[in-house]
Design a protein around this ligand. Structure first.
Ligand code: FUL
Ligand code: CA
Length: 636
């Protein structure tokens, strides 16, 4: 398989080379247009999807962003099995995994020499453990790509924000790239904001311009020297791949271009398989995304020409959550079935024109991603008619461009011959239109193609004749594949018994409220994520009188869900009281990663008796107000 891939690549390179060499004669193949991907980027795009694994001290503290003062003693998985995790990913059809070797809390899960805040201080394997090594070894054994996430932001390091930290950070990059075999991708997260432990200083640190501070030009140069095939994510746009713009797993905006300032820059969409967040949280088994949702994620990432990185977080034992695994398997099956049969395979093609003798319409249906159809330059709306071997029913159209020659197509149309007439089944996209979120998942228009585009039709179509028209293109189009697929039904995963019982949610009926913006307080308890308690001051609070005493063990806070970060409460203090006079602080802290992933935040604490509760909003993400979309109180 791999040798075939190499052979094709070499042939392709030769073919391109020839057309340059004989510049004087009419070119047999078009010249590349605009920026083209590197060989590594091509290979990477063809991986389509892989796993993200967030596993570290946050797993044990129930947090998304650790502060940096967490004890390494907490890290002690009883049953960590990297091999089993990798097998699960591979069986689902994934092509690799990326592990958070260090998250923002600064704890290094390998025995680094760069900082004392590392796994040698953990009880796990008597300080002899190395999570990076175990994942790397399992991946190599299963011929599975291995990558790493190394947070630039380090809330533990005393030197963070100063020059001293860079030595530490560069050393960490070097250790990971030198000692663990091939790394297919390294992640440089963009988060870098604000306060942390910083060696005991417990203060805010501002690094100014990240590109200047980390010196990404140098970082990229170092990485290329250590591992030239490693795909670099982020690095202020100096790498090979960038964020697709949401943590919901969709590539923000379709049409999607892989080009940025004369450079090929591909996109990667990231999302956790669980609504709870990136790290494992108790009770998350009830919050897993279902296979239909995951298929939407797939269609709006891979299906728009980006790659998808899907997170599965090991729990405190070091095992994947059974509910996450069940969802992954169900989606993996659905994807496999979707791709299993291409009804257009070996269809006969007739093109409105052909660029050179070899670039014929039948190249579209030969199941060869390298061969392509290309029309004549003066053919302004080139089209191809294909006739299937026999009539078929399908509801997904897939197109691929020969990206080695650059990304060209801006819009396309697909028609089917039904009842003796052409019927448009994919409308051509118009200039200025944009799909966001999950728009266009069914019945979307035809805009860009790139590595691949998947369009799920509004309804299934039965026919044996289709017509593809390229309605707009930046240069003569080079289309390598035209496929027709059928979306399978989802198999619902077997219900999995929740790992820990979710504490009971108290019914807020009959409660009375005090504090600020009292009239709006009920909106935080109405079960409607679209309404909220909101006030233009911070700190401020909601006071709750539950009318009777309960044993309170935690709460869940849902940040505003309207897409705004203005006045979004990002720090809290929760106080309890039995008499409404004397208050005790049950818990206080920060909600991490709200900007990118404003999901429900669950906080638990030692159960305590209370009739009254005060929820304080002590800081906002942006602006100087406070807001709460929903607040649930756990207890009995
Ligand atoms: C974000 C981080 O802040 C999150 O914690 C998570 O690691 C995600 C993948 O990237 O920017
Ligand atoms: Ca082909």
């Amino acid at each position: 398989m791999f040798t075939r891939y190499i052979a094709k690549t070499v042939l392709m390179a030769l073919a391109l080379g020839c057309s340059f060499a004989w510049g004087a004669k009419p070119a047999k193949e078009p010249k590349p247009y605009g920026p083209v991907p590197t060989e590594q980027q091509v290979k990477w795009l063809r991986m389509e999807w892989y796993a993200f694994v967030h596993f570290g001290l946050n797993t044990y503290t129930n947090r998304e962003w650790g502060y940096g003062d967490e004890s390494p003693q907490l890290f002690n998985p009883a049953d960590f099995d990297a091999d089993a995790i990798v097998r699960t990913f591979k069986e689902a059809g994934m092509k690799g995994m990326i592990y958070t070797a260090k998250h923002h809390d600064g704890f290094c899960t390998w025995p680094t020499k760069s900082t004392a805040h590392n796994i040698t201080k953990s009880p796990w394997k008597n300080g002899k453990g190395d999570v990076v090594r175990e994942f790397a070894t399992a991946c190599q054994k299963h011929d599975f790509a291995f990558g790493t996430y190394l947070s630039p932001w380090d809330r533990n390091c005393a030197e963070y924000g100063r020059a001293g930290y860079l030595k530490v950070y560069y050393k960490q990059i070097e250790e990971l790239l030198k000692n663990y075999g091939p790394i297919f991708e390294i992640w440089f997260d963009g988060a870098m904001g604000g306060d942390g432990y910083y060696g005991g200083a417990r203060e805010g640190r501002n690094i100014g311009n990240a590109d200047d501070y980390y010196n990404y030009t140098q970082v990229v140069r170092n990485i290329r020297r250590l591992q030239k095939d490693c795909i670099i994510w982020g690095a202020a746009g100096r790498g090979d791949v960038t964020w697709a713009g949401s943590e919901k797993g969709f590539a923000r905006h379709y049409p999607l271009w892989n080009t940025n300032n004369n450079k090929w820059l591909s996109l990667e969409a990231d999302t956790p398989i669980n609504h709870r967040g990136w790290f494992w949280h108790p009770g998350q088994g009830d919050h897993v995304k279902n296979p239909e949702h995951l298929m939407q994620v797939y269609l709006s990432s891979v299906g728009r020409g980006a790659n998808l990185i899907l997170n599965l977080a090991p729990n405190r034992d070091g095992q994947l959550d059974p509910a996450d695994v069940a969802a992954l398997q169900a989606f993996g099956k659905m994807r496999r079935e979707l791709l299993a049969k291409d009804f257009a395979l070996n269809a006969k093609g007739k093109a409105s024109s052909v660029y050179g003798k070899k670039l014929t319409a039948s190249r579209l249906t030969d199941d060869n991603i390298e061969t392509y159809w290309c029309p004549k330059k003066d053919d302004k709306t080139p089209s191809v008619e294909i006739t299937l071997e026999k009539p078929a029913t399908f509801d997904v159209v897939r197109l691929r461009e020969q990206i080695r020659l650059g990304q060209r197509v801006e819009a396309f149309q697909v028609e089917a011959w039904v009842d003796g007439a052409w019927k448009t089944i994919v409308e051509p996209g118009q200039p200025g239109e944009k799909e966001d979120h999950f728009d266009g998942i069914r019945g979307g228009k035809g805009h860009t193609i790139g590595n691949q585009v998947l369009r799920w039709l509004a309804a299934p179509v039965t026919t044996d004749k289709l017509r593809l028209t390229i309605t707009r293109s930046k240069a003569v189009p080079c289309i390598s594949e035209f496929s027709l697929l059928l979306m399978p039904g989802a198999t619902q995963p077997e219900p999995v018994a929740a790992d820990t019982e979710d504490p009971g949610v108290l019914n807020p009926a009959g409660w009375s409220f005090g504090g600020f913006a009292v009239d709006k307080a009920p909106l935080a308890f109405d079960g409607n994520p679209d309404t909220m308690w909101e006030i233009n001051r911070c700190p401020s609070h909601i006071r709750i009188d539950m009318q009777q005493e309960h044993e309170i063990s935690g709460f869940a806070y849902l940040p505003r869900q309207d897409g705004k970060t203005q006045d979004m409460t990002s720090r809290y203090r929760l106080e309890t009281s039995t008499d409404g006079q004397n208050w005790t602080t049950a818990s206080e802290g920060e909600f991490g990663n709200l900007r990118a992933n404003p999901v429900e935040q669950v906080i638990t604490f030692t159960p305590q008796k209370a009739r009254y509760i005060r929820f304080f909003s002590t800081a906002a993400l942006d602006g100087s107000g406070s807001s709460v979309a929903e607040l649930k109180i756990y207890g009995k």
